[in-house]
Design a protein around this ligand. Structure first.
Ligand SMILES: Cc1ncc(COP(=O)(O)O)c(C=O)c1O
Length: 382
């Protein structure tokens, strides 16, 4: 069994300067913002120390090791064969998606998303003045998955691109190969480009298999562009680097028209850290997954014992728990209630889609003590 990665103490965490630990006053326990509370992998720390020691702090130039190492990681983890030449660099996943959309779409064009979904999908659409087409996920109990009939109807109605969250934040669904093949075939039929945000993929638990969209079928290679980063799985978001991958010559010809600045706006620190993560991060990653596996079950056990009214499905990937708190009858904004009455912060459900105000998202990428405290604070707030 892999050695678990242990979270820092609350006192250590409160000294962090990242968004999660700066946003709220110290009496509020913060469990929003998708950052983890662990120490980062030793090989990444060493590489960053080395850059600083040598004052190697300039602009990002050619970075073939990142492209090669991502290709190696994708092959090792997911049997996805890709040529390092097909890997491009961007500043982060948000910027990568925006630059890809800018290349293929014009103001007013229709972009499909599947709600509830990562809140910044909405801000990216607004930034580019695109027309949002929501095809909500189908819900069976607490299991959310793609609504193929709804997707086909929307594709038929003139959707130009589909921003897929694969695996899906916040519901924690890892899509099957069959589902991805169906999407790809439909996209080919209706001339839709699929942009697959795969930032959570390396954190897939062993009970399911993550399939990269581009590895699903020949159709997926024809219609798909993947945007991803090591930043979520290895906790490197502040370092700023992501990768964009397309395997179809026509799509790559379009991506070649992106400004050169898309590459050099990424940071040297981020690119080196991602390169090291993909090459030398497997042991640490296994340890994090072992820890998160225990944490996702701990959330279930605590809710069952303390607040059984809250509905939760143990997610198949990552460190986000999507909680249906509707039975608690907390009014329009349950997350605001938990901050005010329980001194505990989660992400409010309505930011993932208008119909999800009775949900909150809890980040369990932390210690069992903090998770336990957070559920205790929910209970105290009632
Ligand atoms: C699905 C998804 N995409 C993108 C991001 C943000 O990535 P970045 O910081 O690289 O823009 C997140 C962050 O939580 C996310 O969950």
């Amino acid at each position: 069994m892999s050695e678990k990665v242990i979270a820092d103490s609350l006192a250590q965490l409160q000294k962090r300067s990242s968004s999660k630990w700066r946003f709220y006053p110290s009496d509020i326990l913060p469990l929003p913002v998708a950052e983890m509370d662990f120490q980062i992998a030793e090989p990444i720390k060493a590489a960053l120390h080395d850059l600083v020691e040598r004052s190697d702090t300039g602009y990002l130039g050619p970075i073939p090791e990142l492209k090669e190492n991502f290709s190696g990681f994708a092959n090792r983890k997911w049997n996805w064969i890709l040529d390092p030449e097909q890997v491009r660099i961007a500043c982060d996943v948000g910027v990568g998606v925006i630059e890809v959309l800018r290349t293929f779409m014009s103001v007013g064009d229709k972009l499909m998303i599947n709600t509830p979904v990562y809140n910044n999908f909405f801000t990216w659409i607004n930034e580019l003045k695109l027309t949002k087409v929501e095809v909500p996920l189908k819900r069976e109990g607490m299991h959310f998955t793609l609504d193929m009939a709804g997707i086909e109807a929307a594709y038929k109605s003139g959707v130009k691109a589909h921003l897929l969250c694969n695996p899906h934040n916040p519901v924690g669904t890892v899509y099957t190969k069959l589902e991805l093949m169906q999407i790809a075939e439909l996209a080919d039929k209706y001339d839709v480009i699929v942009i697959s945000d795969e930032i959570h993929a390396p954190l897939t638990f062993s009970n399911t298999t993550f399939i990269p969209f581009l590895a699903a079928s020949d159709f997926s290679k024809k219609v798909g562009i993947t945007v991803t980063s090591a930043s979520k799985a290895f906790n490197l978001a502040g370092l700023k680097c992501a990768t964009i991958v397309a395997q179809d010559p026509k799509l790559n010809a379009m991506l070649d028209t992106m400004p050169e600045s898309v590459h050099f706006r990424a940071s040297l620190f981020g690119a080196i850290a991602d390169a090291v993560a993909y090459k030398s991060g497997d042991t640490w990653l296994d340890g994090v997954i072992a820890t998160l596996d225990e944490n996702r079950r701990l959330v279930a056990d605590l809710l069952k014992a303390k607040v059984p009214e809250i509905k939760y499905r143990i997610p198949d990937c990552s460190y986000l728990a999507w909680l249906d708190v509707s039975e608690l009858n907390l009014g329009e904004n349950p997350a605001a209630h938990f901050i005010e009455k329980g001194k505990v912060a989660f992400n409010p459900g309505h930011t993932y889609g208008a119909d999800y105000s009775q949900f909150v998202r809890l980040n369990f990428g932390t210690s069992p003590e903090i998770i336990t405290d957070s559920i205790g604070r929910i209970l105290n707030s009632l």
